[in-house]
Design a protein around this ligand. Structure first.
Ligand code: WTA
Length: 702
């Protein structure tokens, strides 16, 4: 490994083998929504921003817009200015005339002996209206208010989202697997006075108590000065409360009971300006405070509708199944808003695709006739490990498959293609972010060949590039890596970070802004925070985050939030979070903590740290190891060297440590950590050049 010491991003190229193209089958091309290569012409740069009229025209507008893109307050872009519309109307009402009896959602409960539930567009319309009436009249919410949801994967979640959208109320769904504390922080940040939750849901065969998290969330919010007036509790089995946690008199209400007063109620969709916020979606960043990404109504809905049409290739007769949780942006854009706007039929699945056995996902696909399948590399790896030969036992046929959320290894890609897709399905590897609303990088499925491990070129209307640290373009095919940027705005881009407009400019635009006073979009390249390389064919290979974010199973966890969680334990003096390579999850978290004088570094203390992270953030953040160390490797100015710690955890070379204030500590920690790992059967694994570079630059931003 010594010869790989000091590997630069540029040298990665030398180690990166170009993969062969895979071409879409004629059967796919023949039916695709985008099969005419002239579409590229329609979205060429000279036609920007007017090219996006094509996406806006997929919607029904109450009032047509007059200005495609207003850049006068750059980089706070405004799309389709002057237009008015309602997202709930576009996702529900407009399909009634021709498709009222079509399935909008087919919900599959996790227990296999429970029947699936089909929600037609007509029934979705009824349920959205009734719930909107309840929100308006029982909760008294009005346009512009925020409501926090902490809902699992049941039809009540999209119903609640669309009910808010109908009223112009801004929803903020917190991923159901997140802790009550994380939910509480998001209630505070968004200033919500209503929390919508569910008593329980199934995961891995257990009916989990979910209501308990609502009580924690409300307590956290109250401690920080935000009062939650009402907690609306849906019941997993209406009429039967399935949580041991008591209801709080005067605050908590069973939705199924209150709804009885609103049976058959209708609420006119509120006609909203295109730039009215539709929802907030929180994500992690470099500092501890989560970022509430604010998405617009007109721009966002246009963008997800257009990309769902051309990149997901959803057509009226298809059965589409995206396994993402609606609590993440993928679910908002490509389970709820995009597919519903197109009038699609989608499968909604409550549980874990390998429960009760590794054939579950394929049984669902077979039984429901799924032909478009959408998931993340971590799930693909899990399905492959649990049952590499399972797919061939089931008679389903996919025309189209998606991978999203993390880089996919070419071997895993090939298993997805050959075994899951039976060699018949095209794959799109879609690169994008919570902030971006919809896809940024992907092949256009019928028109551009696939290349395992590369997401493909920028999508229609997106002009991506790779820049070096000085903002000079790293040419495609140069074999050098850098920071991927998007040179232009697009309708799906988030509007701001809720309550933190300066941070919005600083994090995403400051790095490459050419002139802060400019109102020309060309001066404001968008910086997503990912490293990438662009091959000669224009395809990007995403190398991962360049900031202090750890991507665990496709979920972004900020080192600062992990460390703050560890520091809630009284014993802990200092904590550092680093990524470690993980076969299934891509990356896992390891925590290093040093204790205050007088506290015992034993298993109990480590257990407290682990528990604190689960309580503060949620089980997805559970560290693989908590290492209690006498001290952290630090620079002379006292900064923790996460790069050095990450190298220890990954058995890679720690690099130059001569400038540290306490170099002797490195060897001590290394011996202890690596010996324990080996004793637990975690042998050092060979890292790829890309992985090595990630470890070596980790925490360098500090
Ligand atoms: C990473 C998920 C490689 C990337 C939609 C990005 C990917 C972060 C891909 C956003 C992909 C997402 N290939 N890396 N196809 N898709 N990423 O906000 O680092 O949860 O910045 O949005 O995931 O994660 P987020």
């Amino acid at each position: 490994m010594a010869d790989e010491q000091g590997l630069t991003e540029a040298q990665i190229a030398v180690h990166w083998r170009e993969e062969e193209y895979y071409h879409p089958p004629a059967s796919f091309i023949g039916q695709a929504n985008a099969a005419d290569p002239r579409i590229h012409n329609q979205f060429r740069e000279e036609l920007f921003p007017e090219c996006f009229k094509a996406y806006a025209d997929l919607l029904d507008w109450d009032k047509y817009w007059h200005t495609t893109l207003d850049t006068s307050n750059a980089p706070f872009w405004k799309w389709f200015v002057g237009g008015r519309l309602n997202a709930s109307y576009n996702c529900v009402d407009r399909h009634l005339e021709k498709n009222r009896n079509k399935a909008a959602f087919i919900w599959v409960p996790e227990p296999e002996d429970e029947e699936t539930v089909t929600l037609t567009y007509q029934e979705l319309y009824e349920r959205v209206n009734e719930f909107a009436a309840l929100l308006r009249d029982f909760c008294g919410v009005k346009t512009g208010d925020r409501i926090t949801f902490h809902l699992p994967m049941t039809p009540e979640l999209p119903v609640a989202m669309l009910a808010c959208a109908r009223l112009g109320v801004i929803h903020s769904e917190v991923f159901g697997g997140f802790s009550g504390n994380a939910c509480g922080d998001r209630i505070v940040d968004s200033g919500s006075n209503i929390l919508i939750t569910m008593d329980s849901y199934y995961r891995n065969g257990d009916l989990l108590d979910h209501k308990v998290k609502a009580d924690e969330a409300v307590a956290v919010a109250e401690a920080e000065g935000v009062n939650v007036d009402k907690v609306l509790v849906w019941r997993r089995y209406p009429g039967k409360y399935s949580s041991p946690t008591p209801m709080v008199e005067g605050r908590d209400y069973f939705v199924d009971e209150v709804l009885k007063d609103y049976r058959g109620a209708k609420v006119d969709p509120v006609s909203l300006p295109a730039e009215a916020p539709l929802f907030l979606m929180y994500t992690s960043g470099t500092t501890g405070r989560p970022k509430g990404c604010q998405h617009s109504t007109g721009g966002y809905l246009s963008y997800v509708t257009g990309t769902a049409k051309y990149y997901q290739d959803i057509q009226p007769e298809d059965t589409y199944w995206c396994l993402a949780d609606i609590g993440w942006i993928t679910g908002h854009s490509y389970i709820v808003y995009g597919p519903l706007s197109l009038g699609a039929s989608s499968v909604l699945f409550e549980g874990v695709p390998t429960y009760p056995d590794p054939g579950r996902a394929w049984r669902i696909a077979e039984r429901l006739g799924v032909n478009i399948f959408h998931t993340a590399p971590t799930t693909i790896r899990m399905l492959r490990k649990a049952g590499p030969d399972e797919p061939q036992k089931y008679n389903y046929h996919f025309k189209h498959m998606t991978t999203v959320g993390e880089p996919i290894e070419p071997e895993v890609w090939r298993w997805y293609h050959e075994v899951v897709g039976k060699g018949e399905a095209i794959i799109v590897d879609t690169w994008w972010q919570t902030e971006t609303g919809g896809f940024l990088g992907s092949t256009l499925p019928a028109l551009q060949p696939m290349k395992p491990g590369s997401c493909g070129p920028s999508v229609l209307g997106i002009y991506g590039a790779v820049y070096d640290e000085n903002g000079d373009e790293v040419p495609a095919g140069s074999g050098k890596a850098g920071n991927i940027v998007i040179r232009n705005p697009w309708p799906g881009i988030f509007q701001t970070i809720w309550g933190q407009p300066e941070r919005f400019v600083e994090v995403y635009y400051e790095k490459y802004c050419k002139d802060k006073n400019s109102t020309d979009w060309r001066d404001w390249p968008y910086f997503p925070g990912d490293g990438a390389m662009q091959a000669a064919d224009g395809y990007f290979r995403i190398l991962g985050r360049v900031d202090d974010v750890i991507n665990v199973a496709g979920h972004r966890l900020g080192t600062k939030e992990l460390e703050s969680a560890a520091l809630t334990v009284e014993d802990v003096a200092e904590a550092a979070a680093v990524p470690v390579m993980d076969e299934i999850r891509g990356r896992a978290v390891e925590i290093y903590a040093s204790l205050k004088p007088g506290f015992e570094a034993d298993d109990k203390a480590a257990g407290k740290v682990r528990q604190a992270i689960r309580t503060e953030i949620g089980p997805i953040a559970t560290p693989k190891h908590v290492w209690l160390v006498p001290d952290m490797p630090k620079t002379r100015s006292g900064k923790i060297m996460r790069r050095v710690i990450a190298s220890i955890s990954n058995f890679t070379d720690v690099g130059d440590i001569t400038t540290l204030a306490n170099p002797e500590i490195v060897e001590e920690i290394q011996k202890h950590v690596q010996a324990s790992k080996v004793a637990q059967g975690e042998a050092p694994q060979e890292l790829s050049a890309v992985e090595l570079a990630e470890i070596q630059r980790f925490g360098q931003e500090e």
